[in-house]
Design a binder for this molecule. Structure first.
Ligand SMILES: Cc1cc2nc3c(=O)[nH]c(=O)nc-3n(C[C@H](O)[C@H](O)[C@H](O)COP(=O)(O)OP(=O)(O)OC[C@H]3O[C@@H](n4cnc5c(N)ncnc54)[C@H](O)[C@@H]3O)c2cc1C
Length: 382
């Protein structure tokens, strides 16, 4: 096996986390001379996912936001609530637009080298942090790793649920949507397979992305996603004449497993670094924040291996409690989310999901939920 020359940074994985970090490093003047290697087993050139998230200001990927909304619907069998998002905007980015934008920045950066290789290991030995592939080991001052080599093994009171979904981009011959209002969650669908909801992102009066989403232990049969989508489009949206232009499938782990942040010069990022929120699957904004914090540390000459903040620890505890309830089906998800959106300012719910609330705000929100099941799960998880 060959050992090749050193880099300042190696980024393993050119998905959301790898590219977000790279873009933020390239934007930092004090890091412009750093020699960077980006490794992935594939070129990212397909529209393999869509990211939805909310923020108050323009972010680093503002130029590729396809659509943003100021108003959102929450719906269940017992609640229909349209809420204004101010100060947030709910934004949507198509994966392909994101990859192409990052690619255009990378192609202009002479300090970035690209390799298409399958990585077999990442770690740290006497020479420092490394990435290993069939071509050998490569070393760097810091390795930023977004690869998950295997499914984590759960310990006591740790849960691993799947958030799985199928989305259709549909087009109708006549106006069928209000493009100013998106649907964040609509639980008015069968809950037979577990926690199930649909979200609807209208791009125009005649085009929308409709995603049928579940939180459960197992995936469904192919036809079950299709019938879930068809039923919702016909029965809830009242649309019978439409064409499916694109399809999206995905699985996101929802777990309270404590992913390692890394050690020494090996820094885990993205889902592999614990940036997926265990109780919601939201990841995009946490990746942006983590990337910004890493760049800040590097600029200040500090280690980018950042300890968990108090807010992150608190949020991890809430995630464990909620996952305990969802996994053991102590309370149905539609009831939990209906209570949250009925009894609180929806913007506070968004802040909670973003880990941005203060302790008293968290307390008010949590106390709007049924006490006994949450207390029991909290004691167990404590
Ligand atoms: C379909 C879908 C939709 C999602 N929608 C949202 C959303 O709306 N909002 C939100 O906040 N989150 C969403 N997520 C969750 C999360 O934002 C994404 O999964 C995000 O892409 C995670 O970033 P990542 O870099 O950790 O992983 P990825 O983006 O999956 O990147 C990992 C990279 O590693 C590469 N790789 C893997 N193994 C190897 C190997 N052995 N050798 C070399 N390369 C390898 C892969 O090719 C890939 O490019 C979604 C996820 C999916 C799957």
């Amino acid at each position: 096996m060959q050992e090749s020359s050193s880099y300042d940074f190696i980024i393993a994985g050119s998905g959301c986390a790898g590219l977000s970090l790279l873009v933020q490093i390239l934007a930092e003047p004090s890091l412009r001379d750093k020699k960077i290697l980006l490794i992935d087993r594939e070129q990212k050139n397909s529209n393999d996912r869509t990211w939805c998230f909310w923020e108050t200001k323009p972010g680093p990927f503002e130029s590729v936001v396809k659509k943003q909304w100021d108003e959102l619907w929450f719906r269940s069998m017992t609640l229909s609530r349209l809420f204004k998002l101010h100060p947030y905007k709910y934004k949507l980015i198509r994966g392909l637009d994101f990859y192409q934008y990052c690619e255009s920045l990378i192609s202009r950066a002479s300090n970035v080298e690209r390799r298409i290789e399958t990585v077999t290991d990442v770690g740290e030995d006497a020479r420092g942090p490394y990435v290993e592939s069939e071509a050998g080991k490569v070393y760097a001052t810091y390795v930023f790793n977004s690869l998950l080599f295997e499914k984590p093994v759960m310990g006591k009171n740790e849960y691993y649920l799947l958030q799985h979904f199928r989305g259709w981009l549909i087009e109708t011959p006549v106006p069928a949507f209000d493009p100013k209002q998106a649907t964040m969650m609509d639980f008015r669908t069968s809950q037979h397979h577990g926690a199930t909801f649909v979200y609807v992102m209208p791009f125009s009066e005649t085009e929308a992305l409709v995603e049928y989403t579940l939180f459960s232990r197992d995936l469904l049969q192919d036809g079950e996603y299709v019938s879930g989508l068809k039923n919702y489009i016909e029965q809830r949206l009242g649309i019978t004449d439409y064409q499916v232009k694109e399809e999206e499938n995905g699985v996101i782990p929802m777990t309270n497993f404590a992913f390692s942040r890394g050690r020494g010069g090996l820094v885990n990022i993205g889902t592999a670094g614990g940036q997926t929120r265990g109780s919601s699957g939201y990841t995009f904004q946490f990746i942006q924040r983590h990337s910004a914090a890493i760049v800040r540390a590097l600029r200040q000459g500090k280690s980018p291996l950042l300890p968990l903040t108090g807010r992150e620890k608190r949020a991890a505890f809430y995630d464990s409690v909620l996952l305990d309830i969802l996994y053991n089906e102590t309370l149905p998800a539609h009831e939990i989310f209906t209570r949250l959106f009925a009894r609180n300012e929806p913007v506070k719910v968004l802040r909670f999901l973003d880990k941005d609330n203060t302790i008293p705000e968290d307390f008010r929100l949590v106390s709007s939920l049924p006490t006994m099941p949450f207390l029991k799960a909290a004691i167990k998880q404590f």
